[in-house]
Ligand binder design. Structure first.
Ligand code: COA
Length: 325
């Protein structure tokens, strides 16, 4: 099997910023509540008419430029998203056309907040066994398009953004270990009820606000902490490593309190945990990848560093990955 690594990163966050103070004018909430309960201060919001592929495009162009490869050299595009431009075709197909990546096979992957970790794990398989040479993996969401702006339990949490990475064969380092999991018995505690084949769009589903994301946040909290802790332990055991070997943990950004509880359980000091939740909120599939891109750009991930990605979300699904940069 070939060694596979990330050779280029890129991210895009929409221009418009929605602060906690802005939200105070929309629902019965406060900056104090949102900050202390979640760690979020502001989030980026896509402009009207700006769809997932519009956010994915600049992130992908940046990643390709960083990797110094042309779109025509891509063999595979995997887009992790739960808020694609439309139910079908895939964002990956739309992105392929926008990039001019004519020879790339394309598909979307639905694993919510663990989408990016699932995405790089899937792409790694194609590259490791030599089926393909170059892959683009994107995590993108326009979660504000499925946010109920009348529901203070959820509308303060989410934001929009995109991140992209280019994967190829590397001589040293690269992806050391990945671990993916799912517990499908808890679909009800985080989902978007209508618009699929179970409950197709109708006047009634619109009236009942069933085209918006629903979440039982407090039920998820403890599960998130325990699952992310376990996922990190499993992926480290697979790699025959310990937490002392990890230079930086880049977790999914659902809640700063969840992340810090995981870090505490794992015995990882705060300074080795990367956070962008304060500026971005929860961007589901886009969170882990934009955090990774930012950490690289800020010089917090250097050549030879070992990083741990750790994500959890609707499904319930989870994924963890260790990469030597
Ligand atoms: N502003 C002010 N008050 C709010 C509020 C808001 N935006 N949202 C909820 N509240 C209120 C509730 O109504 C409740 O009031 P009550 O006690 O009078 O009933 C109180 O705050 C506590 O609500 P609760 O849901 O228990 O808060 P919490 O401490 O669990 O925080 C979350 C809520 C959503 C931030 C937190 O549960 C969370 O992050 N959950 C996990 C999310 C997650 O991991 N998702 C999966 C990956 S995407």
């Amino acid at each position: 099997m070939k060694k596979v690594g990330i050779i280029g990163v890129g991210e895009y966050l929409p221009e418009k910023i929605l602060t906690n103070a802005d939200l105070e004018k929309i629902v019965d909430t406060s900056d104090e509540w949102i900050t202390t309960r979640t760690g979020i201060k502001e989030r980026h919001v896509a402009a009207k008419g700006q769809a997932a592929s519009d956010l994915a495009l600049p992130a992908s162009i940046q990643a390709l430029k960083d990797a110094k490869i042309n779109p025509e050299d891509l063999d595979l595009i995997v887009v992790a998203t739960i808020t694609g431009d439309m139910p079908f075709p895939s964002v990956a197909a739309i992105l392929q056309d926008k990039l001019g990546a004519k020879k790339a096979a394309c598909f979307d992957l639905s694993a919510a907040c663990a989408g990016f970790v699932y995405g790089i794990s899937v792409a790694q398989q194609f590259l490791a066994c030599g089926t393909y040479k170059n892959a683009l993996v994107v995590g993108v969401e326009v979660l504000t398009s499925v946010t109920d702006w009348q529901d203070r339990n959820t509308c303060v949490l989410f934001g929009d953004g995109a991140g992209a990475v280019v994967l190829t064969e590397v001589k040293e380092g690269g992806i050391i270990s990945t671990y993916l999991g799912c517990d499908g018995s808890k679909v009800g505690i985080l989902n978007l009820p209508a618009g699929g084949s179970r409950l197709p769009a109708s006047a009634e589903t619109v009236k009942n606000r069933q085209h918006f994301l629903k979440m039982q946040g407090n039920e998820l909290f403890k599960i998130a902490v325990n699952t992310m802790t376990k996922a990190a332990e499993v992926v480290l055991a697979q790699a025959k490593m310990t937490f002392a070997d990890i230079d930086l943990i880049i977790p999914h950004q659902a809640n700063a309190r969840i992340i810090m509880a995981v870090a505490k359980k794992l015995g990882i000091p705060e300074e080795r945990v990367y956070l962008n939740i304060e500026r971005c909120g929860n961007m589901s599939s886009a969170s882990t990848v934009t955090a990774l891109c930012e950490a690289v750009r800020e010089g917090k991930v250097k050549r030879g560093d070992v990083i741990l990605l750790d994500a959890f979300g609707a499904g319930l699904v989870w994924g963890a990955c260790i990469i030597k940069w």
